[in-house]
Design a protein around this ligand. Structure first.
Ligand code: NAP
Length: 330
């Protein structure tokens, strides 16, 4: 079977290779999934560049999520999902291949109403958007939530969650072109940092009060400015590093008004949850995907053999939609 393999960390276009490897055989409690599709998320590219929080050993295959059909497996859980279409949750990576073997509990049946493209993006972004706004916080109706990289797949989910649960979103993007689009999507307000000063504009928009809830996936100058928009007791959760630059914060900004900056990483949050919390989360994601809230805009899709074109497209600034790798079926 075909697999994407990297033998050293580096620029994805340089280090990713298509290889013929033996088809894996499931052991006890495991399933073998024939993969249909897997997205290229920022975390996959970070891992290939050697910059992810937890690196697997080399040689490695990227791909933290995806969708496929369970073809074989052994054990009670495996038998329950045999023949079914499942979201393939691989927190160590490894989904960019034609067949994947993993523990049966990480193969989650997906609602039949979802297309293969949506099912391929069932977990990483939907779970993060939902957990941040409804589990870690229960952002109250009417409250402001400020988010950077608001035009990302995840940012758009947060905007739709705001509409669904009644909180107001103050959306920060780096390009003017995204302003109208995000307002049409339901964002309450949008600030384009290429032509407006973030902190000044956000303070005006919130009537001088600032925000109690802020999410930052960018870091660097943008993330640092967000700290100045926090209201008394406000919290900033950092969950991405898109700018690749550190935050710079005057400690007094945090002291006065007792503000907090925290980190969030989905895989660590998941590890701390009970089984029933996760089952409830999967159910809620399915419901909100069917309702069009936690859906992803899908962009171009590529065969595994076109991996270099695929990662080039996924790294393009201003790209429209999530890039998918397709292994079979779509
Ligand atoms: N912590 C966690 O557990 C967790 C889980 C899921 C996702 N994430 C993070 O969430 C973020 C969004 O993921 P996604 O899949 O939704 O991304 P995506 O759909 O690929 O979109 C990326 C977005 O980031 C913007 N962007 C890229 N570099 C930027 C920069 N230097 N400054 C400002 N904006 C920048 C892009 O803007 P343009 O349109 O202008 O190019 C684009 O809108 C990523 O950082 C990802 O790693 C974290």
């Amino acid at each position: 079977m075909k697999a994407i393999v990297c033998e050293r960390w580096g620029e994805p276009e340089e280090v990713l290779q298509v290889r013929e490897v033996p088809k894996p055989v499931p052991g006890r409690g495991e399933v073998c999934v024939r993969m249909i599709a897997s997205p290229i998320n920022p975390s996959d590219l970070l891992m290939v560049r050697g910059q992810y929080g937890r690196q697997p050993s080399l040689p490695a295959t990227p791909g933290f999520e995806g969708v496929g059909i369970v073809e074989a497996g052994s054990g009670l859980l495996a038998r329950r999902v045999l023949g079914r279409r499942v979201a393939v949750l691989n927190s160590g990576g490894g989904n960019w291949k034609e067949y994947v073997v993993l523990p049966a509990r990480q193969a989650i049946p997906v609602p039949k109403e979802l297309s293969d493209e949506q099912a391929a993006t069932f977990f990483v972004n939907p779970a993060t958007a939902l957990v941040l706004t409804r589990y870690i916080w229960q952002v109250p109706a009417g409250a402001w939530l400020l988010q950077t990289a608001a035009g990302s797949t995840l940012g758009r989910m947060v905007i739709r969650l705001g509409q669904r649960f009644g909180f107001r979103t103050l959306n920060v993007v780096r390009r003017r072109e995204q302003v109208e689009e995000l307002l049409r999507l339901g964002g309450t307000a949008v600030i384009a940092t290429n032509e407006e000063p973030l902190a000044e504009r956000a303070t005006i928009l919130t009537g001088g009060e600032g925000v109690r809830y802020a999410l930052d996936a960018v870091g660097g100058a943008t993330g640092s400015e967000v700290v100045h928009v926090l209201a008394r007791g406000g919290r900033l959760i950092v969950y991405g590093t898109l700018a690749g630059e550190p935050l710079s914060v005057d400690p007094r900004t945090l002291m006065v008004g007792q503000k907090r900056i925290e980190g969030f990483w989905l895989s660590e949050w998941v590890r701390a949850q009970k089984l029933w919390t996760m089952l409830g989360l999967f159910r809620q994601i399915g419901t909100l995907m069917k309702a069009g809230v936690l859906i992803s805009d899908i962009g171009k899709s590529y065969a595994l053999t076109d991996i270099h074109a695929a990662v080039r497209q996924a790294s393009l600034p201003g790209r429209q939609g999530k890039v998918l790798l397709r292994m079979s079926g779509i």
